[in-house]
Ligand binder design. Structure first.
Ligand code: ADP
Ligand code: ZN
Ligand code: ZN
Length: 756
């Protein structure tokens, strides 16, 4: 029995005594159990004839609750606990029916139905008011209907006379659909390349576990191959999971899968209401739905007879989960596929070096209809002090004249990325996080912190900002006083802290505050000023980023951009991901080297992927298209490869570099972060861990200080190991050994295997 407690100390499993009264209990059943003085939910992880506890005083569970999970997921949780230095309980909590702990169940609604007596009364018309006759007539014509829509009071009166019957029935909550981009119910004739790839997949489908990397340039029709593979899995009586990287992308992919397969497609993601998620989950568990589409957590979909798992855009870092256990959905997908003898298909135009090395490749080298990949032109921004290069402005003006569509990528939210005092150089920082505050000018009230804080990235940002202080006076935008405004505020992108825009510097009293860099808000504003003013030729500017709206709003923004005759979609990396709008003819990347400045071994890979993917959003229809890339580093390796659309060259180069530096896939990385309210405690904890790991078969780097986050000081260790499992186990044991000391109360340790 694995009670779903949260702490690492009470890890379990624990033994309970079953009796006849508990009815059918199997591995994966969900039970409510006494746990100390409390009640806890528990998942049965094993059934045994005798207890190894041997004291004969075993407690009995109270009852069987809810649907439970299959034994395959129980096994998966056990593996995840070890693989990610977590506990089976925490892993299981990711897999249970949504809302299981809160007691969420099926929604029941009152349904009214005409009785025989009602039929008769309707025929002879006796003793009925006009309203009652209309009500009964409606039920006679339209069949049973939801009582609430007809008036429950009136129906109750008719029920007492036996003229209608009222019954509670389950009615599943279904997620709303969004029609975005093109989708069709019947497959088009496949291209030769698609046909070859699909044959390879369907051929492998019944033959036990197999894996393929589908490397297809943007617009080559990878989704059509996925659809064909899912069809084959369904035809073989098996089920399929389709993972997409981004929650905002789910509606589009879902739309294409629903158009093809209808109601057997379910969707699971955290932006659905709990009720809808519960009902979709139950449809999957009950076998009514046989295809699950969703972001990383959909890898736990409760499907029996799993035959196929697809990981679309497999290069995306959002497959990595940032809560405990810090699992990687791609790694979990591989384990599940092995367990079920299923086919694993990872698709991308910019695959990870890890996948290129590990999986046989199928290729789609040409776009649909032999459309060319767009020419990519680099614009050197050195010496410019404006966010837009003159060439970019020209291209936008041309686009406006031609009523075309563009996508503009700038991977930075807000108005500008930091403020500094012109007189003394002070930078406005978050009081809790040691990072600069970002200026926002829109009227919105909510600035979400970065959803999955990427520590390496955060550290990089703070370092970039430190370095920038010195040059603050030269680079500052020349607009004194421009910070004033009723809705202006500065916000921390890591904890959500916000404050009013400063009027004067608290350090020296100067009123001259400089703003540095441009974010999506400012670019949106500039484009609107420059392009959007003529009512006779509407040229809307859409913005898509974590600030602009919640998920439903994002799906609507994409829907609106898709439907618009002309305009520009401005946004962060979200705009580069997988969208299929055939009429986009201009792609713009601003500050392309921004992602290169992170001290992270994936910085180059990310930069290459981002530019290539953005380029991939253009030229997907008959219009000639092109891409402009603004950068301060025109010679950077990923930018040169991206200009040539050379994914193979980039990966080959990258593998040589990774091997020389012992980075993945040639070694595994494990990151351990120790944090505490007081800096000495965080440091001491990290040092104690390092001492415990002195004999481990791995290279231990650090402890090294990180910038404080949410008021907690942090120190980290990084292990580079070729003996992966031994290193993971060594870290797990080391954490256990240093944890109990009362002296370290208040310190916390988080372990990240394969940090992104
Ligand atoms: P990718 O995921 O590789 O970037 P998509 O799967 O989005 O590409 O396909 C690009 C476009 O081409 C889509 O609009 C899709 O409907 C269309 N398409 C795919 N395969 C075919 C085909 N065989 N014939 C015609 N159109 C196709
Ligand atoms: Zn100052
Ligand atoms: Zn903060």
């Amino acid at each position: 029995m694995q009670p779903l407690t949260r702490t690492r100390a009470v890890r379990g499993p624990f033994d309970y005594r079953l009796t006849e009264e508990h009815g059918e209990v199997a591995v994966g059943s969900l039970l409510r159990v006494p746990f100390g003085a409390q009640r806890a939910l528990g998942v049965v992880v094993e059934l045994a004839e005798t207890s190894t506890v041997h004291d004969g005083r075993l407690v009995e569970p109270e009852q069987v609750v809810g649907a439970g999970v299959g034994s395959d997921l129980v096994a998966l949780a056990g593996w995840m606990a070890r693989e990610y230095c977590s506990t089976p309980a925490r892993a299981l909590s990711l897999m249970l029916a949504p809302g299981a702990a809160a007691g969420t169940g099926a929604r029941r609604v009152l349904v009214a139905q005409l009785t025989d007596a009602g039929q008769a009364a309707l025929r002879d018309g006796s003793r009925l008011t006009a309203g009652q006759r209309a009500l009964l007539g409606g039920l006679a014509e339209g069949g049973p209907a939801e009582a609430a829509t007809l008036g429950t009071g009136a129906l109750r009166r008719l029920e007492r006379r036996g003229l209608v019957s009222l019954q509670r029935r389950a009615r599943p909550r279904r997620p709303a659909g969004h029609a975005i981009g093109s989708a069709s119910a019947t497959p088009p004739p496949l291209t030769d390349e698609q046909d070859v790839a699909l044959r390879a997949l369907t051929g492998a489908l019944g033959g036990g576990h197999a894996e393929f990397l589908l490397q297809g340039v943007t617009g080559s029709g990878k989704t059509e191959v996925y659809l064909g593979a899912v069809q084959a899995a369904l035809d073989a009586g098996r089920t399929a999971i389709v993972l997409v990287p981004e929650i905002a992308l789910t509606p589009q992919v879902l739309w294409r899968f629903r158009a093809r397969f209808g109601d057997v497609v379910a969707v699971l993601h955290s932006a659905l209401s709990l009720g809808a998620r519960h009902d979709e989950w139950m449809r999957l568990r009950g076998g009514e739905a046989r295809v699950c589409v969703g972001p990383r957590s959909a890898v736990f979909a409760p499907l029996a007879d799993l035959g196929l798992i697809i990981v679309d855009e497999e290069h995306e870092s959002s497959y990595k989960h940032e809560g405990d256990p810090r699992y990687d959905a791609r790694h979990v997908a591989r384990w599940r596929a092995r367990q079920h003898g299923a086919l694993l298909v990872a698709g991308s135009a910019t695959p990870r070096p890890e996948s290129v090395r590990a999986m046989p490749r199928l290729r789609l080298d040409r776009r649909i209809d032999h459309r060319p990949l767009p020419p990519v032109q680099v614009l050197d921004m050195r010496g410019f002090h404006q966010p837009l290069h003159p060439e970019t402005r020209l291209a936008l003006a041309d686009l406006r004249r031609a009523s075309g569509k563009a996508i503009l990528l700038l991977n930075r939210r807000g108005w500008c990325n930091f403020l500094s005092c012109r007189a003394c150089g002070r930078v406005w920082e978050c009081p809790d996080c040691e990072v600069a505050l970002v200026l926002h000018r829109s009227r919105m009230t909510r600035v979400p912190p970065t959803q999955r804080p990427d520590h390496a990235r955060l550290d990089a940002e703070s370092r970039t900002i430190r370095a920038a202080r010195d040059s603050a006076r030269q680079d500052a935008e020349r607009a004194p006083g421009a910070n004033a405004g009723p809705s202006n505020f500065v916000a921390c992108h890591h904890c959500g802290h916000r404050e009013r825009v400063p009027e004067r510097c608290p350090a020296c009293g100067s009123v001259s505050v400089a703003r540095h860099g441009a974010g999506t808000e400012r670019i949106e504003h500039e484009l609107r000023e420059a392009l959007g003013s003529d009512p006779a030729h509407p040229f809307p500017i859409f913005r898509l980023d974590a600030d602009s709206s919640a998920l439903a709003g994002r799906a609507r923004t994409l829907e609106a951009f898709g439907a618009a005759g002309a305009g520009v979609l401005v946004g962060t990396q979200m705009v580069a991901k997988g969208h299929d709008f055939p009429d986009v003819s201009l792609g713009l990347v601003l500050d392309a080297d921004q992602t290169l400045r992170f001290p992270d071994f994936r910085a180059e890979e990310r930069t290459f992927a981002l530019i290539t993917q953005l380029a991939g959003r253009t030229g997907r229809g008959p219009l000639p298209s092109r891409v402009l890339v603004q950068t301060l580093a025109p010679e950077a390796r990923p930018i040169r490869y991206a200009v040539r659309h050379d994914a193979d060259g980039f990966v080959a180069d990258e593998l040589i570099r990774r091997e020389a530096l012992a980075y993945p896939p040639f070694a595994s990385l494990i990151r351990v972060v120790c944090s505490a309210a007081e800096e000495p405690l965080a440091r001491e904890t990290a040092e104690a861990l390092a001492a415990q790991l002195a004999d481990a078969d791995a290279l231990v780097l650090g402890p090294a200080p990180l910038f404080a986050l949410r008021g907690r000081a942090r120190h980290q260790l990084v292990l580079k190991a070729t003996a992966r499992q031994a290193a993971i186990d060594a870290v797990g044991h080391a954490v256990d050994r240093i944890a109990p000391g009362a002296a370290r109360r208040g310190a916390s340790v988080s372990v990240d295997v394969d940090p992104r």
